[in-house]
Design a protein around this ligand. Structure first.
Ligand SMILES: Nc1ncnc2c1ncn2[C@@H]1O[C@H](COP(=O)(O)OP(=O)(O)OP(=O)(O)O)[C@@H](O)[C@H]1O
Length: 252
């Protein structure tokens, strides 16, 4: 395990994402504190940390829904720190939200079409083909014409992921997608994420369900009080004394 602050890779062609010295405050509350990290093309990175540590905020900064106070975000070699969320989405950043936010008045398919025609910029016929394919892959094929408001939790989470995939992301940000699922459902979700990953999509996954996360990611970053506490091999990092003590409150 490498301690604290992730080192930068200077060869940007290998990195789909570089986050450089990011800081973010809300009033007096510093939520992101000088965070740096990189993600290689095709890599899957896990993020864990206590509640309120600033994990989702990091996604908001990367996706552009919140402005940074300091630092830089480099996407495929291009500085997008000041770019709009829409532009970042067109450049390949797809995300899910911790609390699924579908358009409840629309069907499952219509939800994907909105994402595919706007975020993904596909024509309607292409968007329809693409959306049906994604729904099939994610086990939602039979629910295409069902209103989103009628879905059970697992299917709402799948829809959240399907909407992100409909924008054709090269970088997928998954925010606590496994919470509240049964063990079997969790296993299905892990398979789905591994399939997405096998198709070449780079992934950053924030998750409290650590065993699910460890079944997917190549590398783990631990955030505490807005800063990087540790990063490295997933199991080794998770088992380290600092992480066990600070993240789980266990005295190792
Ligand atoms: N828009 C905002 N305005 C003010 N405070 C905010 C805002 N967004 C987040 N915060 C605060 O920033 C801190 C970090 O929130 P964040 O959601 O990033 O944590 P998290 O690590 O994702 O937590 P959890 O694991 O509980 O989801 C919290 O104290 C939160 O209340």
């Amino acid at each position: 395990m490498r301690p604290v602050c992730c080192t930068h890779m200077t060869d940007t062609s290998q990195n789909i994402l570089e986050v450089r010295n990011l800081s973010k405050s809300y009033g007096a509350l510093q939520v992101t504190n000088n965070v740096s990290m990189t993600l290689k093309h095709g890599e899957a990175l896990g993020i864990i940390g206590p509640n309120g540590a600033g994990k989702s905020t990091l996604f908001n900064l990367i996706a552009g829904t919140q402005p940074v106070n300091e630092g830089q975000i480099i996407l495929s070699g291009q500085d997008v720190t000041k770019s709009t969320p829409a532009l970042r989405c067109r450049m390949g950043v797809g995300r899910t939200y911790q609390i699924p936010k579908p358009f409840n008045g629309m069907t499952v398919l219509e939800n994907l079409l909105v994402a595919a025609t706007n975020g993904g910029a596909l024509s309607l016929p292409d968007a329809t083909d693409k959306s049906l394919e994604i729904l099939e892959d994610l086990g939602l094929g039979d629910l295409a014409d069902v209103p989103a408001s009628q879905l059970r939790l697992l299917d709402r989470k799948r829809l959240e992921m399907a909407r992100a995939l409909a924008t054709e992301p090269s970088l997928l940000l998954l925010d606590e997608i496994a919470g509240g699922l049964t063990e079997d459902e969790c296993e299905t979700l892990v398979q789905t994420i591994n399939n997405i990953r096998a198709s070449g999509t780079s992934i950053i996954w924030i998750e409290h369900v650590v065993h699910a996360l460890l079944a997917v990611v190549d590398r783990l970053v631990v955030i505490n009080f807005g800063a990087v506490l540790a990063e490295g091999d997933p199991q080794e990092t998770f088992n380290s004394k600092d992480v066990q003590e600070i993240y789980l409150g266990i005295e190792a």
